[in-house]
Design a protein around this ligand. Structure first.
Ligand code: ADP
Length: 354
């Protein structure tokens, strides 16, 4: 084996995909996954090596770039790619592993969508209950006051008095329903589990990889090398992060800059971890800013305007904070902060309030 072949073999060693390098009719190098699948001796004839895997020998004769099914039930896909004038790289993909991986990704996505839908419904119930409680209470008081006045001034207007009684009963019924919704939503407390914020960022980005690619967004990450341990409900915190990322993607789609960018940084200071999600989109006007975290305020054609208000309440459930700043280079930045766990004891670090 010459020097170049040895270097190639070394480089191939770290890859997960099954790969081999061929030089004409000869096998030059195999990486470990290929060796596990189809053991072979570098220097031997490629056709002999390929023989045990049904269809691989003929795949070696197919034109470069062509994807050929092999294996007894076509479970592998072989493809040859030219490396240089002499060397050819053979890629052998196990379709079952790829499909299994794809299925797992789809299941994860579906799981997240389901959880985030049910969280949203529940949070929406809570927001609605909160918003409706006040006008309904006020209406009930007004109706009761009206009935008292009517009873004093016109005690014989029995039909009107009975109608007011019915109106009060209807409003009380609406208020009971709201009370039940509030009870239900308030009983849902966040889970308390130790989790790593850095891993959470990577998981959230993986769930949005299609959207990030489709919008051709450049990602800039500034994350600590070691994990950042915090305590909380992974699903809820991921929902916050995904909401912020989706808002950034929406902003970049609606008003596309030349070089769409999302920058994420995570820093730990004073016992708190602060995560920033910035984008170089159109930013936020002072009018929008004034209502940013209020429910039902949206500037999007189909927006519900609930995302940020829900995210803020999720952060508050975690003794955290969520806020907004303007990026110096244009666009905006959302920040969330959480107490970190002291790694040694796994206890939340107490804030220095002195
Ligand atoms: P929705 O996404 O349904 O509009 P949100 O509460 O998540 O609800 O967002 C409220 C509003 O905040 C959005 O309609 C938009 O005007 C503004 N906003 C949020 N994030 C961004 C961002 N990254 N860039 C520009 N505007 C944003």
């Amino acid at each position: 084996m010459n020097r170049m072949d040895a270097d190639l073999l070394h480089a191939l060693g770290d890859l997960d995909e099954a790969l081999a390098i061929l030089d004409g009719d000869f096998l030059v190098a195999l990486n470990a996954p290929m060796e596990a699948l189809l053991p072979g001796e570098p220097g031997g004839l490629a056709a002999d090596w390929a023989e045990p895997l049904h269809g691989l020998a003929s795949a070696l004769a197919a034109p470069l770039g062509q994807r050929c099914r092999c294996g007894v039930s076509g479970e592998y896909v072989a493809q040859r790619v030219a490396l240089d004038a002499r060397h050819v790289l053979l890629r052998l993909q196990d379709e079952r592993a790829r499909l299994h991986h794809l299925q797992r990704q789809l299941d994860d996505r579906e799981g997240l969508l389901f959880t985030s839908r049910s969280l949203t419904v529940s949070e929406m119930g809570s927001v609605l209950a909160h918003e409706l409680n006040q006008p309904i209470g006020a209406t009930a008081n007004l109706l009761r006051g009206l009935k008292l006045r009517l009873a004093r001034r016109h005690p014989d207007d029995v039909d009107e008095l009975a109608a007011l009684d019915k109106a009060v009963a209807q409003v009380s019924y609406a208020s009971q329903i709201i009370g039940r919704v509030r009870e239900y939503t308030q009983s849902r407390q966040p889970k308390v589990e130790s989790l790593d914020l850095v891993a959470l960022v990577h998981q959230s980005l993986a769930l949005l990889d299609w959207d990030l690619q489709r919008e051709a967004v450049r990602l800039e990450l500034d994350l600590p090398r070691d994990g950042v341990p915090v305590q909380g409900d992974a699903v809820m915190l991921q929902q916050v992060l995904i909401n912020l990322l989706r808002n950034a993607l929406d902003a970049l789609r609606l008003d596309r800059p030349d070089d769409p960018l999302i920058d994420i940084s995570l820093q730990v200071a004073g016992g708190r971890a602060e995560l920033r999600v910035g984008d170089n989109g159109p930013g936020i006007t002072p009018q929008t800013e004034a209502r940013l975290f209020l429910p039902f305020s949206s500037t999007k054609p189909n927006g519900m305007g609930l995302g940020l208000s829900i995210c803020r309440s999720l952060m508050e459930m975690h003794q955290g904070r969520l806020w907004f700043t303007r990026r110096e280079a244009g666009g905006c930045c959302f920040h969330f902060a959480l107490p970190v766990l002291a790694a040694a004891t796994n206890q939340p670090v107490l804030e220095n309030t002195a």
